[in-house]
Design a protein around this ligand. Structure first.
Ligand code: GLN
Length: 534
């Protein structure tokens, strides 16, 4: 029998439900169970691809080209396993297929309703993932907060699944915030009590409560939550603030999360094997050697916009035994003169030019690139960052002052970056970029080839524009050489400046495949150069 564990959220969103879910799943994976995780997003968007990063943070891209919620990124990074489009279910997808089926007459004259038609569609999608992935346990994180109108059909589907799959095959974990008063430090449990009441009102009694709190829960707070939520005190687990998210599985383990859930699901408790994980967490926390990295982008006010990149740097840092210090540079502040490149940039040991869309902030990035290139500071340009590298080289080495991307200037004189041929004439915006994993052939002897150590690599993508191959010869003559081309559609995937220590651009997003246990080779190579140890 497949086991289903539903994770709901209370009080506030963004309290770390995704990391909690990934951590619990990791504990069971480390016991030898095969697991998968589904994220349910109750919004009407079909996927996260059309959402501004300021609204929901980064759009995470899966191998199969899904544009998903950033929690899928946490799941992959914790489980060290690829998930797919199907692991992110939204209200938009559910209604889309129910309505299409109705149009085809599949409901045979029935009145199509939320219960049972919408809830049946939700349940069948969850079960399909379980079957396809052939797992022992499926964790289903329900986005948003209990009490949200749009989350109701999903909670109702979860409630029905308990009836259909059986008590021992389903469990409910409720993650809720326990705030502390700044003046007294007292932990207040009332919001959790209310959110549990709200859950019970719709027929769900949680089995485990995870309290998100600043400090470990006091025994009084634990007892109170247990009493009012109708669970034993040992099933109230505190998920307190830790210095890095990779510690979360360890603090849940210490409190016996795996024992309680295994008992609840009638699963044998096996040995939790996490030696390598623990080792890396310690390295990350203990290393005293620091490295200042500039993060140059235009969504820097919401750090979640670049979460996979931040995590990729942490993964490589853990392996290299350094502590990264992120210096966030808002590229529009460079354009407005609020940040002076000459005064700020000389302290950086490395810089990342972050991905992005649109004109705003792009000139700030180009000015930054000029300084970084001329001062031989190790630099990694990602996607849009890579495209701007090519434009900067064209303008300032080749002297093509009219160099730009046709995304940024429709009357561009020298379209160094242009719309990809495959992107011409598209009418729909959602799900139509060049997406997902592509096979890339690297050029032997280049820095990128040395970083990966193999000739063929697969990396993930999300873009419409690319470096224009008509200008490749001139760019290469200027020293900015191609170091990798995609096999299927000949897109220029990597370029590097042959005169610099490390000045590399990638059209792909290698950060999407970086995991704590398996960091991205190109990020590690970049950091090695920033550390001067390569
Ligand atoms: N805006 C650029 C494009 O569409 C880059 C996208 C990105 O950085 N992800 O090609």
């Amino acid at each position: 029998m497949i086991k289903y564990v539903f994770i709901t959220g209370g009080v506030l969103s963004s309290v770390g439900k995704g990391v909690t879910t990934a951590s619990v799943a990791l504990l069971f994976q480390s016991m030898g169970y095969s697991v998968t995780i589904i994220k349910v997003d109750p919004y009407i968007n079909v996927d996260a691809g059309t959402m501004n990063p300021y609204a929901h943070g980064e759009v995470f891209v899966t191998e199969d080209g899904g544009e998903t919620d950033l929690d899928i990124g946490h799941y992959e990074r914790f489980l060290n396993k690829n998930l797919g489009k199907k692991n992110n279910i939204t209200t938009g997808q559910i209604y889309y297929s129910v309505i299409m089926r109705e149009r085809k007459g599949e409901f045979l004259g029935a009145t199509v309703q939320i219960i049972p038609h919408v809830t049946n569609e939700i349940k069948s999608r969850i079960k399909e993932v379980a079957k396809e992935d052939k797992v022992d346990i499926v964790f289903v994180e329900i986005g948003g907060t209990v009490g949200d109108i749009e989350g109701l059909p999903f909670l109702e589907a979860a409630r029905q699944m308990r009836l259909e799959e059986g008590f021992n095959n389903t469990a409910f974990i409720h993650v809720a915030l326990v705030p502390s008063l700044r003046t007294t430090g007292e932990q207040k449990t009332k919001p959790v009590q209310h959110s549990v009441q709200e859950l019970r009102r719709i027929g769900i009694q949680p089995d485990i409560i995870v309290a998100r709190c600043e400090k470990p829960l006091t025994s009084e707070a634990r007892a109170k939550i247990a009493l009012f939520s109708n669970v034993p005190p040992e099933a109230v687990i505190s998920n307190y603030d830790v210095s890095n998210i990779y510690e979360v599985p360890l603090i849940l383990y210490e409190q016996g999360m795996h024992l309680i859930l295994a008992e609840r699901l009638k699963l044998p408790v096996l040995n939790v094997k996490m030696d390598q994980w623990i080792n890396l967490v310690e390295r990350l926390n203990k290393s005293s050697k620091t490295l200042e990295i500039a993060m140059i982008g235009k969504y820097t006010k919401l750090r979640d916009s670049y979460i996979s990149i931040v995590e990729a740097i942490k993964h490589s840092s853990a392996h290299l035994g350094v502590k990264p210090i992120f210096r966030w540079i808002e590229s529009t502040d460079i354009e407005d003169g609020k940040i002076k490149i000459d005064e700020e940039f000389n302290k950086f040991r490395g810089a990342l030019i972050l991905p992005g869309f649109g004109k705003r902030g792009s000139e700030g990035k180009i000015s930054s690139l000029r300084y970084l290139r001329e001062h031989n500071i190790p630099t990694l340009g990602i996607c849009f960052g890579f495209q701007l590298m090519a434009i900067e080289v064209a303008r300032n080495i080749l002297g093509l002052s009219g160099a730009n991307s046709s995304e940024l200037d429709s009357n561009v004189q020298h379209p160094i970056v242009d719309l990809l041929p495959s992107q011409q004439g598209l009418s729909l915006v959602g799900g139509t970029m060049r997406l997902g994993s592509k096979l890339i052939k690297l050029v032997k002897g280049t820095m990128v080839y040395n970083a990966y150590g193999v000739e063929y690599v697969m990396e993930r993508h999300r873009h419409r524009y690319g470096v224009n191959s008509k200008y490749l010869e001139s760019l290469e003559a200027a020293g900015f050489i191609s170091s990798g081309i995609s096999v299927e559609d000949s897109v220029i995937e990597y370029m590097e400046l042959k005169y610099n220590k490390f000045y590399v651009g990638t059209q792909a997003h290698p950060e999407f495949k970086s995991r704590l246990l398996q960091p991205s080779p190109i990020y590690t190579y970049f950091l090695k150069h920033a550390l001067n140890t390569s």
